[in-house]
Ligand binder design. Structure first.
Ligand SMILES: [Zn+2]
Length: 125
């Protein structure tokens, strides 16, 4: 139950203000809306005006529009939690699996590759 759109984990929303000006791909949300179904084409628009079509095929999404990119995705099993699985993307830059990709200069990548890494806000010792 917890997880999708919830504030339960706290690992995202704490720094939400940091990335809200950037478009973001949310693997769980895309999956929820059917955007990751083979052959599905969905249109997305983000608060900053970025628009993109997302087409899913062969385990990838193909973005067209303001962003042109292909991004691999896959499900990871969550057997320890509730036997389900959770969708994630593989960052096109570093290949890391992540639940969200942020847009920077019309390319989506993980937070670290975008330089939006909110870990660094806690760098104080
Ligand atoms: Zn990356």
């Amino acid at each position: 139950m917890a997880g999708i759109g919830g504030a339960t984990s706290g690992h995202t929303w704490r720094d939400h203000d940091l990335v809200e000006n950037h478009a973001r791909l949310n693997a769980a949300l895309l999956r929820q809306t059917g955007a990751l179904c083979e052959g599905a084409v969905t249109q997305w628009q983000w608060a900053n005006g970025v628009k993109a079509y997302v087409r899913a095929a062969h385990g990838k999404i193909f973005l067209t529009g303001d962003c042109v990119q292909s991004i691999r995705f896959g499900a990871i099993p969550l057997t320890l939690m509730h036997g389900g699985e959770r969708m994630r993307f593989f960052c096109p830059v570093c290949g890391r699996g992540c639940y969200y990709l942020s847009e920077k200069e019309s390319k989506f990548a993980c937070r670290q590759c975008c330089g939006y890494d909110w870990q660094c806000r806690h760098r104080k010792r």
